[in-house]
Design a protein around this ligand. Structure first.
Ligand SMILES: Nc1nc2c(ncn2[C@@H]2O[C@H](COP(=O)(O)OP(=O)(O)OP(=O)(O)O)[C@@H](O)[C@H]2O)c(=O)[nH]1
Ligand SMILES: [Mg+2]
Length: 449
């Protein structure tokens, strides 16, 4: 699976990742080779272009984290971008409906719809413990309905009994009734193979959609056809509004162009991969796992992840030192806000700082929520460097400018400045090592000392 790309990337990184340092020319050559590798893997040109454009500034201006090398950082940058291109986060199958939830599989002839219908049913039965009904709406290919029935019998799955000469929309209604009676959770509808240019078949699928109101309309597309599969997805989407894609025959696809181009080109997520002919050969699609498989360098990726986490903690320690010394500026505050966002909000970062239990409570009482974090960030970003290190100079007219720049109002700025002033005053007092100051509860003083 995607061996061509894996081998090429491995070749490119083999030399780079060991090098203790990389110059600009080396990085640029590396990027050029990655570009060629992606093109050779049949990834769509606009996708390749964006891939390289997005990683270029990161690769050239990369911040090297201690205990990693530039080459290792580059591996991580490419990995992150691969995850992005593959769709970012995992998109689960949508079954949110008053049961039964209907799933409609559409696609070209021979793309793997019938096989996938059965695999998908087994998968949902096993992983989500769902009660499933399978229904063939393929009245055109001889024995198509029997094919599904036989596959279901073989795998202990429920198929709707076949009634000869019924048209697809009627079969669909019958399936809905049967499912309601039997307390079925999910109905998987297999359909006849059709092309996007066959207008009568396309209008049939629209009628079927109106009848079954599927929560998922999934295109079953053959990964081996590469960019043709991607274009097909766009065409089908225009005609019938797809919700997601299942790529089949990925087991035989050495290149992976369809998987890598699909999300960016069509906007539709891939939810499953068919990786063989057997019933269990269907995998949920996880961008991060696939990127790892393609790159084959999971160890380096986790090494860099770990190192950057250490760096985050280092930065927090540094801020903590500053707090103790009483030189806390808006730049430090900004750093903290960003760390907070990255580390799962307020809770996450405060749990890393020692002795902040009370402050945490106070902040909660003061209603400092996540939204406020974002608006505070925007405000600080609208300040000049001078203003950040010396907030006292922020006059009325400056406040107005900052409020315009950050899309907030002057009151919000006043509030932030007041809060900040109080915070730094408190910190200064504490750093002088005096006793509890007026207005500060003694237990808070002790916590922060
Ligand atoms: N290797 C491999 N073969 C697959 C995969 N999915 C389907 N097939 C094979 O592809 C062939 C066609 O599959 P079907 O499920 O009948 O395709 P279909 O889209 O229903 O075909 P029509 O109903 O004729 O349009 C079968 O031999 C399947 O075993 C896959 O992920 N990997
Ligand atoms: Mg079929």
């Amino acid at each position: 699976m995607f061996e061509t790309l894996t081998n090429k990337l491995e070749g490119i990184f083999n030399n780079l990742k060991k090098a203790p340092s990389l110059n600009k020319v080396q990085v640029e050559t590396g990027l050029k080779e990655i570009r060629q590798a992606l093109l050779a893997a049949d990834v769509a040109l606009p996708v390749v272009k964006k891939f390289i454009e997005d990683i270029k500034p990161k690769a050239i201006g990369q911040e090297i984290i201690r205990s990693t090398s530039p080459g290792q950082m580059l591996v991580k940058i490419v990995y992150d971008q691969l995850v992005q291109v593959l769709g970012g986060k995992t998109e689960e199958i949508n079954l949110k409906a008053v049961p039964p939830a209907s799933i409609l599989l559409v696609g070209l002839q021979g793309s793997g719809k019938t096989t996938t219908a059965v695999k998908l049913a087994k998968n949902l039965e096993k992983s989500l413990n769902k009660k499933i009904l399978l229904v063939s709406l393929d009245i055109y290919r001889p024995a198509a309905q029997e094919q599904l029935k036989v596959l279901c019998e073989k795998n202990n799955l429920n198929a709707l009994p076949i009634i000869k000469d019924q048209v697809p929309v009627d079969i669909a209604h019958r399936a809905l009734n049967a499912a309601n009676l039997a307390g079925t959770d999910v109905i998987v509808f297999d359909t006849a193979g059709r092309t996007q240019i066959d207008l009568s078949m396309m209008s049939e699928i629209k009628n079927i959609k109106d009848a079954v109101k599927p929560v998922e309309t999934m295109l079953v597309a053959d990964s081996l056809t590469g960019q043709i599969a991607v274009n097909l997805a766009s065409e089908f989407d225009k005609a019938v509004n797809l919700t997601s894609i299942i790529l089949t025959r990925v087991d035989g696809d050495g290149r992976g162009g369809a998987a890598l181009s699909m999300k960016q080109t069509t906007g539709k997520p891939i939810k499953f991969l068919g990786v063989g002919e057997k019933i269990d050969d269907l995998e949920s699609f996880h961008p991060d796992r696939l990127a790892n498989r393609i790159l084959g360098m999971g160890d380096i990726v986790s090494l860099v992840e770990k190192a950057s986490q250490d760096l985050d903690e280092e930065k927090i320690k540094l801020t903590e030192e500053k707090i103790k010394k009483g030189n806390f500026t808006f730049d430090d505050y900004l750093l903290q806000l960003r760390q907070m966002k990255k580390m799962g909000g307020m809770e996450g970062v405060l749990s890393l700082l020692p002795g902040v239990g009370k402050v945490k409570e106070q902040m909660q009482n003061a209603n400092i929520d996540e939204k406020l974090l974002s608006s505070n960030e925007a405000i600080i970003l609208s300040m000049t460097k001078k203003e950040r290190s010396n907030p006292d100079i922020i006059s009325g007219s400056r406040r107005k400018r900052i409020s315009l720049g950050s899309g907030t109002d002057v009151q919000t700025i006043n509030r932030l400045l007041k809060q900040f002033k109080m915070m730094s005053k408190m910190m200064k007092k504490m750093s002088k090592g005096g006793g509890p100051q007026s207005g500060m509860p003694p237990e808070l003083f002790n916590q922060l000392k």
